[in-house]
Structures are given as structure tokens and as C-alpha cells.
Design a protein around this ligand. Structure first.
Ligand SMILES: [Fe+2]
Ligand SMILES: [Fe+2]
Length: 293
């Protein structure tokens, strides 16, 4: 029996919208690392938008303990909540609307389509186009009432020490695992170079969509899904002591995917009517007719 904590509304939704997290990631990793742009991002550091992100990470780093993740895995990875045709699932995901800025922001499906279209335009394999299309499907967790910090945000390993290279590392002092004699050690419950497949990550939309798709895509695509928010690894090179050769080999794929996620956002919505035949074919080729949630 788990003692499930109840969260207040402000703890469940510290951000005005999920997009605030991604906008913050974009400030951290601007497309061209031009000095002027980096400076601008730095100046924005103390804006009110930034404060909601700060509060978001405080909650994320406080409550994402090893036990919390185990509870969520038990709750969601049996996929017994709902089953729907793939295209209905996108409509379901789109119920996640951004209240803060309904006029200018693209909906979730448009972000997915812009990501997949950018991948397709560069001539990458069709399974990678599908990764672009599906990579944020796990955000439906929010529609099941999950707190924002248990759906999005940079991910990190649990059950071992927290790297200083995870964003806002100071908030890990609030995490009970930081006082656990086993979990607080650098390797924690893991063996050196055990491979990420043996490491439990903080809970969120990456792991959820990976588990949903794990029988449908080639290995590099699965790495893209599972670790796309693990910035401390794919951008900062942290946690080397947990990696095995396979992870090191797969890193290039995770890195290849990341710019399409971060930098493909365009105010112009894609022309779905034109694109539909291609995507219906793509989904039919790789995915079962229905998705389980
Ligand atoms: Fe994502
Ligand atoms: Fe995304």
C-alpha cells in the first residue's frame, strides 16, 4: 500500500501552461549560441514567467523520489485507463489547451506535426518522422490529473545521487532521497556503467510514451522518445558513470532528435489536409490501430 500524497491546485499546476517549461528549455539552449542571444536569455532570468518555472522545478525536484516514480509506474504502465484509435488520441491530447495565450500558441498536435515535418524535410527515415509525431503523446498524463511536474520538465535518474548538471540542482536538497544513505550516493542502487536501461528515470511523458511505443519502433527511435527530456545527459554530458557502450552509441540519435523538438516551432500551422494521406500511411505502417493509455 502506498501513502499517496494529495497536492493542492497550485502544486499540481505551477505553470500557466506546459509550454512554459519548453520555452524555458529554449532559453537555456538557444538555437544559435550567439553571445547576444545568450545574454538576452540571461536577462530574462528574473522575469515572472521564469518564476513559475522556478516553482515548477522546486516541486519537481522535491517530489520526484524513487518511491514516487515506482508508484507512478505501477499506476500507469499497465495501460488500463483507456484505449483509443491513434487519431482520436491526438484529439484527446489537444484537450490540453494553453489558457495563458490561446491566440498565439500552437496546439499540441501542431507542435508534433511541425516536429515530424521538419524531420521529414531533412530526409530522415520514416520511423524518425513517426517519433516526431508521437514524442509528446505522453503529455496526456496531465489529462489524467497528474501534476505538471510529473509530466514535463527535465528528467533525471532516481535511486542515485543527483547531478549538479540537472537544472536547479539546489532544489534537490528538498528531496527526501537526498538524505537516504543509499540513494544519495553517486551510484545509489546502480552498478557503475550498468546502462540506462537498468536505470529508473524521474516520471514523466518521456518514459510513458516510450513504454507505449516500445514494440513499434527501432531502437534509436525508442531512445529519442525515452530520453528527449534528459538534458543533463544529452546536452550536459552528466551521469557518464551510469552509461554503457550501447547508451554511448545511441546518444547521437537522441542528439539528432533534440533540435527538431526545440527549434521547429513556427507560428504557421501545418496544412493538415495536405499532409494527412502521408501520416495515415505512416501510422498504419508502424502502429497498431488503437493505443492503450
Ligand atoms: Fe517532450
Ligand atoms: Fe516536444
Amino acid at each position: 500500500m502506498s501513502n499517496v500524497k494529495t497536492f493542492t491546485q497550485s502544486e499540481i499546476a505551477p505553470l500557466n501552461s506546459l509550454d512554459e517549461w519548453e520555452e524555458d528549455v529554449l532559453k537555456r539552449y538557444p538555437e544559435q549560441e550567439a553571445p547576444a542571444k545568450a545574454k538576452e536569455a540571461f536577462r530574462n532570468y528574473e522575469t515572472p514567467v521564469r518564476d513559475t518555472v522556478r516553482e515548477f522545478y522546486k516541486l519537481n525536484h522535491t517530489y520526484q523520489t524513487f518511491d514516487f516514480v515506482q508508484d507512478k509506474r505501477k499506476e500507469f504502465l499497465s495501460f488500463g485507463k483507456r484505449e483509443m484509435p491513434v487519431w482520436d488520441a491526438f484529439q484527446f491530447l489537444n484537450q490540453l489547451v494553453d489558457d495563458s495565450d490561446p491566440d498565439t500558441d500552437l496546439d499540441q498536435f501542431q507542435h508534433l506535426l511541425q516536429t515530424s515535418e521538419a524531420i521529414r524535410a531533412d530526409g530522415h527515415p520514416d520511423w524518425m518522422v513517426l517519433v516526431g509525431l508521437m514524442h509528446d503523446m505522453g503529455k496526456v498524463l496531465c489529462l489524467f490529473g497528474e501534476p505538471q511536474w510529473a509530466v514535463v520538465g527535465d528528467t533525471f535518474p532516481v535511486g542515485c545521487g543527483h547531478s549538479e548538471k540537472v537544472v536547479y540542482p539546489e532544489f534537490f536538497a528538498l528531496n527526501p532521497d537526498s538524505n537516504d544513505p543509499v540513494y544519495k550516493a553517486e551510484l545509489g542502487i546502480y552498478k557503475a556503467h550498468c546502462g540506462l536501461r537498468n536505470v529508473t528515470m524521474s516520471w514523466g511523458h518521456d518514459e510513458y510514451v516510450y513504454q507505449m511505443m516500445k514494440n513499434s519502433l527501432p531502437e534509436p527511435g525508442l531512445y529519442m522518445l525515452r530520453y528527449h527530456s534528459f538534458y543533463a545527459w544529452h546536452r550536459e554530458g552528466a551521469y557518464d558513470y551510469l552509461l554503457d557502450d550501447h547508451d554511448r552509441d545511441m546518444l547521437k540519435w537522441v542528439k539528432l532528435f533534440n533540435p527538431y523538438d526545440l527549434y521547429s516551432k513556427n507560428p504557421e500551422p501545418p496544412d493538415w489536409t495536405k499532409l494527412k494521406p502521408y501520416y495515415v500511411g505512416l501510422v498504419n505502417q508502424y502502429l497498431p490501430p488503437t493505443l492503450k493509455f
